[in-house]
Design a protein around this ligand. Structure first.
Ligand code: GLY
Length: 431
């Protein structure tokens, strides 16, 4: 079987790697990949979804798996299906659940799924009046896609005013800031929870802890994710039941019955678990239509079941016949990013602010073979040297029988990677 993976980041590297583990897969292509992915699979330089569909037809690709949200929102699934090509992921209509934070919140509220108190605005003056009047802390979210950085967590009214102005007036996230979703800031425990679904059956995967803030002790700006681990210590069988019964199942049935959306693929629930009396309420902070990055890097190595079998069951609407098996051992991922460094014209603050690219990377070959290395932003220069091309550069994924052991291993291995300005959080998994 030939598989095409769409994506260029660490998550997409992990997906491609997982397909190479399948005895049913002869060849894995990735559009368009990066230097590290090129060592796992065959990278093909396809930039548009039309080029990808042409390639899948010409190469007789049996299965396409989409990593990031952008091609899904652009309608890659609709295009492939219209040409009779097998593909995994939600279609364009379903993708609104991620590509519009405002519409998603309204749908969730209408379906009776727990969401924080919120209001949506397209007029900055009305948004400013609102944050001045409500009397509680808020999170201001750009409506559209913003590479995981579009949520601004505010400590004060002044922060909230600044967030509204920077998203809606300065347009720091471009057109994604045409509208904002302003929601009550909740306190509890964040959890990224994943499911497979064929639009009718919803099968829970496992959960992961993501670390969104750029600096240790959860300080600094929001990023796409600085590290992760799985299993999640809070995810008991009873909590899985609560999340499935109160969120995942009513969501998939509700969008199908009320909005005519047949949601197929991966469902990623960004949840805040809030203790209320003896109960835990799983509030939905966000819905993503894909695997998380860096959550996929710790979840896929735990999946014992063949991803091809799961993918086929999703496409054929036969997910009820699949019970994925998971390795109970811990996986922990540390992301190395392009951090602060001096440039010719002053300082680069480093990811998620401005960072330098083209910096040579060394030391990866010394990493212990028991660890996995997935690349996010790397390429080879004309001389064949590995260089940085992004804010998130690469990650090291370790395993261990305890979280502490996995953490020690990851820290001791990532130390071997060297590039100017390298930064990684040392508190990932420090509970
Ligand atoms: N790690 C967060 C995300 O993938 O959106």
């Amino acid at each position: 079987m030939k598989v095409l993976v769409v994506g260029t980041g660490g998550r997409d590297h992990a997906i491609a790697w997982k397909f190479t583990q399948s005895p049913r897969v002869k060849q894995v292509f990735v559009a368009h990949g990066n230097a590290g992915i090129g060592e796992t699979a065959a990278c093909v330089n396809l930039r548009t979804i039309e080029e990808m569909a042409d390639f899948a037809e010409k190469e007789r690709i049996d299965l396409t798996f989409v990593g990031p949200e952008k091609p899904l929102s652009a309608g890659i699934v609709d295009l492939f299906e219209s040409r009779g090509l097998s593909i995994i992921g939600p279609n364009r209509k379903a993708s609104r659940l991620e590509s519009s934070k405002c519409d998603a919140k309204v749908m969730l509220r209408e379906l009776g799924i727990p969401v924080p108190e919120f209001e949506n605005f397209s007029d900055p003056a009305r948004a400013l009046d609102y944050v001045r009047s409500i009397g509680h802390q808020v999170v201001v979210k750009a409506d559209g896609l913003a590479a995981g950085k579009g949520s601004l967590v505010c400590d004060s009214v002044k922060d909230a005013e600044d967030a509204v102005r920077s998203i809606m007036e300065e347009r720091i996230f471009g057109d994604a800031g045409e509208r904002v979703d302003i929601e009550k800031r909740l306190y509890g425990r964040e959890l990224s929870f994943f499911c497979f679904t064929d639009g009718y059956t919803v099968v829970p995967m496992v959960a992961a802890q993501d670390y969104k803030r750029a600096r240790e002790n959860d300080e600094g700006k929001n990023t796409g994710g600085m590290g992760s681990y799985s299993p999640h210590p809070w995810l008991t069988d009873s909590l899985i039941k609560t999340i499935m019964g109160r969120v995942a199942e009513p969501l998939i049935a509700g969008v199908r019955e009320k909005y005519g959306i047949l949601y197929k693929g991966i469902l990623y629930l960004g949840l805040m678990l809030v203790g209320e009396g003896d109960d835990i309420t799983p509030y939905v902070l966000e819905i993503n239509i894909r695997l998380g990055d860096p959550e996929a890097q710790v979840i896929l190595p735990r999946l014992r079941t063949d991803l091809v079998d799961v993918s086929e069951a999703i496409i054929q609407g036969k997910l009820a016949g699949i019970q994925p098996e998971w390795d109970p051992a811990y996986r922990l991922c540390l992301i190395a990013v392009s951090g602060p460094m001096k440039g010719k014209k002053g300082w680069y603050k480093g990811y998620p602010d401005r960072y330098k690219i083209g910096v040579p990377i060394e030391g990866i070959d010394a990493i212990d073979r028991d660890c996995l290395v997935f690349h996010s932003g790397t390429e080879r220069d004309a001389a064949g040297r590995l260089i940085t091309t992004g804010g998130r550069v690469l990650c090291v994924v370790s395993s261990g029988s305890s979280l502490g052991e996995a953490r020690e291993t990851a820290l001791s291995q990532i130390e071997k990677v060297r590039f100017e300005g390298i930064y990684y959080r040392k508190d990932i998994g420090l509970e």
